[in-house]
Design a protein around this ligand. Structure first.
Ligand SMILES: O=C([O-])[C@@H](O)[C@@H](O)[C@H](O)[C@@H](O)C(=O)[O-]
Ligand SMILES: [Mg+2]
Length: 424
């Protein structure tokens, strides 16, 4: 095909929905479908690249607006991608985080440009015959470790049959869930999504996990559901038990007040969510570990920059996730491979996705001993399955969901459910 191999000729933006489990968190419960958006970029000579991001209405509308600005962009000029995305969004920068209100302070420009950054890197890799990890500085590890992400959950969505994971509403249920996750994926660290039950119940769950899996690093993440006082009490109680305590309380100052008085390391994906947050968090020693996430830090290259800054300021680096498909897992794996400073196993919601639902062939993303081998094929190493994309897009159209709303879904079954913070 004639034309410039690196110049963008076409961008498609496709919302999709995939089945999700009733996973509980402090703002409610996951709905029966998780929403994502798949972007595909085609250059003038027909080379294609893909990216994946959130699926909410406002974000989708912004992605479409940004996509219109991208025709003619050279995929090697990612500074121009920033400029064009900024121009497309103009002053429209609030809301649309796609995370049910849990990570609200990140930059809209960063969130919108992220899937295009990934897709451009995918094309760059294909053009020169190298994997994306090489474009990020080169893989320092052949495979990337992930942690088993445990959730309190209902037995099934109301009105439907119990799902194959069943209920996990107490320590025994979580231990069973962890056992299955470890047996299936080989994870060698565990994270519990907390903020669901009173802190003492969640502390008991952590103790049960510790007793059952004495050697596995454990993390607890109540998504800022606790006051600084409660956070301090739990942090002290679990001192030496947790690898880190993630976002026990709200804000850079709240976290700093806890961090100053406990030996338990604090981590965040809520109070440091953009480069603007780094200086105050470092100055106040709010956290010891930052969870990066290319979906809201502005793409893969930005996360490499974040990693360097974490290293400079003596901060550990981990990785955050939301419900996601294979394009995101591939991107996370290339990133995880290319940041020497990655100090912890990355989060992933992968076990909470049906194996038969994806927009790429996931064969290249198999877990072994809790790790995903870094794809070595050019680009991301995964290709879009257009039939599967069409199916998941149809599912999006049919399911009726347009914005993630964990709170609204919970309130259908518990009208008294409150998201007041702190809850405890
Ligand atoms: O999937 C969830 O319910 C999580 O609570 C997610 O939305 C969070 O953003 C995330 O996993 C976290 O670590 O905060
Ligand atoms: Mg978190």
């Amino acid at each position: 095909m004639a034309g410039n191999a690196a110049r963008i000729a076409d961008v498609t933006v496709t919302p999709v929905a995939f089945r999700d489990y009733p996973l509980l968190n402090t703002v409610g419960v996951h709905e029966p479908y998780a929403l994502r958006t798949i972007v595909e970029i085609t250059t003038e000579s027909g080379v294609t690249g893909i990216g994946e991001t959130y699926g909410g209405t406002l974000h989708l509308e912004r992605l479409r607006r940004a996509a219109e600005e991208l025709t003619g962009l050279d995929v090697w000029n990612l500074n121009d991608l920033v400029a064009r995305t900024t121009r497309a969004l103009g002053p429209d920068t609030t809301g649309g985080d796609g995370m049910s209100g849990m990570v609200t302070g990140s930059s809209a420009v960063d969130r919108v440009m992220s899937p295009f950054d990934v897709a451009c890197l995918d094309i760059q890799g294909k053009l020169i015959g190298r994997p994306v990890s090489d474009l990020l500085g080169g893989a320092v590890r052949p495979s990337v470790p992930y942690s088993g992400y445990l959730f309190y959950k209902w037995a099934g969505h109301p009105g439907q049959e119990d799902d194959d994971w069943g209920a996990a509403l107490d320590p025994a249920g979580l231990v069973d869930q962890a056992r299955r996750m470890i047996d299936t994926y080989g994870f060698s660290s565990l994270k519990l999504k907390g903020g669901v039950f009173p802190p003492d119940e969640e502390t008991a769950a952590i103790r049960a996990l510790r007793q059952t899996f004495p050697d596995l690093p454990l993390r607890l993440d109540p998504n800022a559901a606790w006051s600084p006082k409660t956070s301090l009490r739990v942090a002290r109680e679990l001192d030496g038990v947790l690898q880190y305590l993630e976002d026990p309380t709200e804000g850079i100052d709240g976290m700093a007040s806890v961090a100053a008085r406990t030996a338990t390391p604090l981590a965040t994906n809520m109070c440091v969510v953009s480069f603007d947050d780094l200086a105050p968090a470092v100055a106040r020693a709010s956290v010891r570990i930052i969870l990066s996430d290319h979906h809201y830090w502005g793409g893969l290259r930005r996360c490499v920059q974040l990693s360097t800054l974490c290293d400079t300021f003596g901060l550990g680096l981990s990785m955050h996730s939301n419900s996601h498909l294979g394009i995101s897992l591939a991107a996370m794996t290339h990133l995880g491979a290319a940041v020497p400073h990655l100090s912890y196993a990355c989060d992933t919601h992968w076990p909470w996705k049906q194996p038969d639902e994806d927009v790429v062939d996931t064969e290249a993303l198999r877990f072994s001993e809790g790790r995903v081998t870094v794809p070595t094929a050019p680009g991301l190493g995964v290709e879009l399955d257009r039939d599967a994309l069409a199916r998941l897009h149809q599912q999006y159209l049919d399911c009726g969901l347009r914005d993630r709303d964990d709170t609204g879904y919970m309130r259908r079954y518990d009208s008294t459910f409150s998201t007041k913070t702190p809850r405890w």
